[in-house]
Design a protein around this ligand. Structure first.
Ligand SMILES: [Zn+2]
Length: 199
């Protein structure tokens, strides 16, 4: 095996616990849509988790979380309207500070470097009441060549505003069908401005 094929050269790292399934305290093991096993070495998938600071004790708690294989994520994104897809792509092309951060890096970044600041606004995570993290995975590893990122609530709101009514209906159907978790998760999705978006 030459150097290029070694896992560390492919930028794969062990899944950080922040991306674990909260209830089991373990990595997600199946796609929440098609139930395909995710911890097989060839499985490609994404995990999205949203956190909110509990105003009572100031503790950051997961509000919803989702694991979905790349095939199912692509299917979902393909159901978005052309208008929504174009708007989302444009928004992230224009607003992603992560690109600068990655091209300027002097040394290897750690997962905290990716998740410690909003990828769009640069706001540090400890100043946020609510935020979302996103990562791409292969089997039991996190991929750093498609780096994980964090976005703050104001950016989530911007993204919601980019979605057409058709796309919002698709997402509502989708979350109604597949979202699992405690009842508060479902309550949360009745809020018109919070939906998972796999970008
Ligand atoms: Zn799937």
């Amino acid at each position: 095996m030459n150097d290029e094929n070694r896992p560390e050269k492919q930028h794969l790292i062990q899944i950080p616990p922040v991306f674990y399934e909260s209830i089991s305290g373990q990595p997600f093991n199946k796609c929440q849509v098609c139930e395909k096993p995710l911890l097989e070495p060839s499985a490609l998938y994404v995990v999205e988790k949203m956190f909110r600071k509990n105003p009572v004790n100031n503790k950051v708690e997961p509000l919803f979380e989702f694991a979905i294989c790349l095939d199912c994520a692509r299917d979902l994104f393909n159901r978005f309207s052309e208008e929504s897809k174009a708007n989302i792509n444009k928004y992230f092309m224009e607003n992603n500070r992560m690109i600068d951060m990655l091209s300027n890096r002097q040394e290897e970044l750690h997962v905290e470097d990716y998740l410690g600041k909003c990828a769009v606004t640069g706001t540090p995570v400890h100043q946020l009441e609510e935020y979302q993290i996103y990562g791409q995975f292969q089997g039991n590893m996190l991929k750093l060549d498609m780096p994980p990122y964090m976005i703050s609530a104001p950016v989530m709101d911007d993204v919601q505003d980019l979605l057409s009514d058709k796309t919002i209906d698709e997402l509502d159907d989708f979350t109604g069908k597949y979202l699992t978790g405690p009842p508060e998760f479902r309550e949360f999705f009745k809020s018109p401005r919070r939906r998972p978006v796999f970008i």
